[in-house]
Every structure is written in structure tokens, then in C-alpha cells.
Ligand binder design. Structure first.
Ligand code: FSX
Ligand code: SF4
Ligand code: F3S
Length: 368
């Protein structure tokens, strides 16, 4: 008998979730993917009425943290319903089936839903030595990707591995690790980088595909704009310290305890596009910078090869105080300072003064 394809809403009902839970989930997801109130009605309608989308989820050269991140998303419905809804067809790490049975399920889905299924990939694909470095069921990842991509409606490259090669692609890249978009052509591909990506970003990308039946707006690197249009630096709560020239000089100094900016100990926030500062991790609890460690730029291409993690960037694009942060004390006396730069510097000196004053008061209170 033909299996009835449930909608997200039906699936939720069958698991005992109420309509209120469903609507809450829709508005949470709608907010994540940046839809207006009018768009929200579309999300609700789509998740209420559209039958499930067949999905195959592959694992190549990777550590499986992308799956981990997804199933540990702060909202229980993401793993419980979205994953259930989308991924039962084939996902090596989570499916109940194994071996021959699993391979049959994969091929049955690819055949039955040709042109309709979503192809989700974790990991890079080795291309050296005819791809022998990653084989599943006796076939190379290279072969599998090419075959599965042909019948896929759209492809999502999860994580930095599938989006840009990540650690496997780092020099000297012995296996010839290659991201999906360099292997497949002629298909819509969404890159969702990060090592791993934030679970809610992954869920948001899937909900967008389900609800709108088209790929989200992407930037020049194929990343959904809703999540990757701002630098970690732009939304960092330590940013006022950066602007004021207040930096941690070493990880155990007083400035580290005060939560000053981590730029001088290597933070890559100024050159990294990701939503960590806004969405944070583990139910919005924290993110690397909040835990006292600089951003290592895990969502940017070649981040493993971009110099030592604990050495600060020599320079990065952008105007003004960003380029003078190191020289703030010297620059302030220079007679040539004019216009915007002078304003930026004086504003920052003032900020620095205010932050320090606050800090001293807090220190006094703490010591009293
Ligand atoms: Fe890569 Fe996914 Fe890094 Fe791991 O599986 S993005 S190695 S954290 O998580 O592919
Ligand atoms: Fe935050 Fe890093 Fe930017 Fe400093 S350099 S403000 S710690 S993102
Ligand atoms: Fe990665 Fe930087 Fe976010 S290291 S997790 S992009 S803060």
C-alpha cells in the first residue's frame, strides 16, 4: 500500500503536539528565516498542507557534527518533526536500516522521486586517486554525488566541509577534498557553512525550502543571506570594547576577565560571516566569543590555512578605526587626522574612557 505522505502539521498532531505548538513553531521559524507577518501565513499554510518532501542525506568526509548540531537544535520540533519528516528515506548515521536495506531505500527514493527529492550533503568529496578515500557500499563518494545530484531538485551543502572543503581541504589536501559545488553543476546548491553550522540555521534553510518551494536568497558564495549577510564582528556584544580600543592582550590577563575584545588574541570576527552573535548556540546560551575564545572563522573558506588562530589579523577590509585599532594611542596625536577619522578616534577615546570608568566602579564594588 502506498505510504501516505504527512504534512508537518499532521506529523506534529500524530506526535501529540497541539495547534498552538505548531503555530509557535511556525512563528519561531518564520522569524529565523526573516519572513514578514504576511509571509508567516504562507509558512503556516505550507507546513499545514504540503506533503513531506523526500530527502536523501549523505555523509562523506566529515565528523558528523553537522547532524549533531541539527538534532540538538534548541527547538525539540526540529529533530522530532523536521528530521522525521524529511530524512527517513536515507541518512547513513540516523536511519534504522543498514547495509543492503539502506542502499535499497536510497535507490528506491531516487527512482520514485526523480527530480523531486532534496539532496543534503555533509562532508567534502575526495577526488584524488579516483576518489577511493571515501567509499560507501563499494562506491566512491564522487560517483554517489554525481548520480544522486542528477535527480535532485536542489542540493544543500551542510557545513564548511561540503561548502568549501574545510579541514580535509586544508594544505596539503592529500585526498583532493572538494566541495559539492565544484563537483555538481546545473543544480541549485545552497551552501550552509560553519564547522558545524548552527542547528537553527540548518532548520531555517530546510523550512524555507519546504514552505516556499524555492531556494532562499543567496549571497555570492551561495549562502542564505538571512543568516550570512553580517560579520560576527557586526553583532558582537564585545564590539564597544573593540571600538574603544580595549583589548585582551593574553588569555589570562585582567582584560580577558573584563570581557574586552579578543581581536589581538586572534579573533576572526571581523572577516567572518555568520549568525553566531545573534542566534548563538545551545538554545541561545553562548557562542565562542562569549566563552572567552575568539572566533576562528569556521564558516569561511580556507580558515584552517589562514594563519595561526591566536595571532591577530594583519589587516582586514573596512574603514576607519578598524584599521587603526592597534595604533590608537599613536594616531590620536597626529596633526593630519581630519574629518571622519578624527571623529571616530575621539568618539572611541571617549567610549574607552567610559567603559574603563564603569569597569573600575564594578571592580571596586566587587572588591568591597
Ligand atoms: Fe565538517 Fe560536518 Fe566541521 Fe564536522 O559533519 S563542517 S568537520 S564540525 O560537522 O562536515
Ligand atoms: Fe567581537 Fe572579535 Fe570583533 Fe572583538 S574582534 S568585537 S571579540 S568579533
Ligand atoms: Fe565559528 Fe566564529 Fe561562529 S568560529 S561558531 S563562526 S563565532
Amino acid at each position: 500500500m502506498e505510504e501516505k505522505m504527512l504534512t508537518v502539521y499532521e506529523q506534529m498532531q500524530s506526535r501529540g503536539y497541539s495547534r498552538r505548538d505548531f503555530l509557535r513553531f511556525c512563528s519561531w521559524m518564520g522569524a529565523l528565516i526573516g519572513v514578514e507577518a504576511t509571509g508567516l501565513a504562507r509558512v503556516v499554510h505550507a507546513l499545514e498542507t504540503k506533503p513531506r518532501v523526500p530527502v536523501v542525506w549523505f555523509h562523506f568526509q566529515e565528523c558528523t557534527c553537522c547532524s549533531e548540531s541539527f538534532i540538538r537544535s534548541s527547538h525539540p520540533i526540529v529533530a522530532d518533526i523536521l528530521l522525521d519528516k524529511i530524512s527517513l528515506d536515507y541518512t547513513e548515521t540516523l536511519q534504522a536500516a543498514a547495509g543492503k536495506q539502506a542502499e535499497e531505500a536510497l535507490h528506491a527514493t531516487m527512482k520514485k522521486y526523480k527530480g523531486e527529492y532534496l539532496m543534503l550533503c555533509e562532508g567534502s568529496v575526495p577526488t584524488e586517486a579516483d576518489g577511493v578515500y571515501c567509499c560507501i557500499a563499494g562506491r566512491t563518494a564522487l560517483d554517489i554525488v554525481k548520480e544522486a545530484a542528477e535527480g535532485a531538485k536542489a542540493i544543500v551543502a551542510w557545513g564548511s566541509c561540503a561548502s568549501n572543503g574545510c579541514i580535509q581541504g586544508a594544505k596539503p589536501n592529500p585526498t583532493g577534498a572538494t566541495p559539492i559545488h565544484k563537483i555538481v553543476t546545473g543544480k541549485p546548491i545552497i551552501n550552509v557553512p560553519g564547522c558545524p553550522p548552527i542547528g537553527e540555521v540548518m532548520a531555517g534553510t530546510i523550512v524555507h525550502l519546504l514552505a516556499f518551494d524555492r531556494i532562499p536568497q543567496l549571497d555570492g558564495l551561495g549562502r542564505p543571506k538571512a543568516f550570512y549577510s553580517r560579520r560576527v564582528h557586526d553583532t558582537c556584544y564585545r564590539r564597544p570594547n573593540y571600538d574603544a580600543g580595549l583589548f585582551v592582550e593574553s588569555f589570562d590577563d585582567e582584560n580577558a576577565k573584563r570581557g574586552y575584545c579578543l581581536y589581538k588574541v586572534g579573533c576572526r570576527g571581523p572577516v567572518t560571516y555568520n549568525a553566531c552573535g545573534v542566534m548563538r548556540w545551545n538554545n541561545g546560551v553562548s557562542y565562542p566569543i562569549q566563552s572567552g575564545h575568539g572566533c576562528i572563522g569556521c564558516s569561511e573558506a580556507n580558515f584552517w590555512d589562514n594563519g595561526p588562530f591566536y595571532q591577530h589579523l594583519a589587516s582586514f577590509p573596512g574603514f576607519g578605526i578598524e584599521t587603526t585599532a592597534d595604533k590608537i594611542g599613536v594616531a590620536v596625536g597626529a596633526a593630519t587626522l581630519a574629518g571622519m577619522a578624527a571623529h571616530a578616534i575621539s568618539t572611541n577615546i571617549r567610549k574607552r574612557h567610559e567603559i574603563k570608568k564603569d569597569q573600575n566602579e564594578q571592580d571596586k564594588k566587587g572588591g568591597a
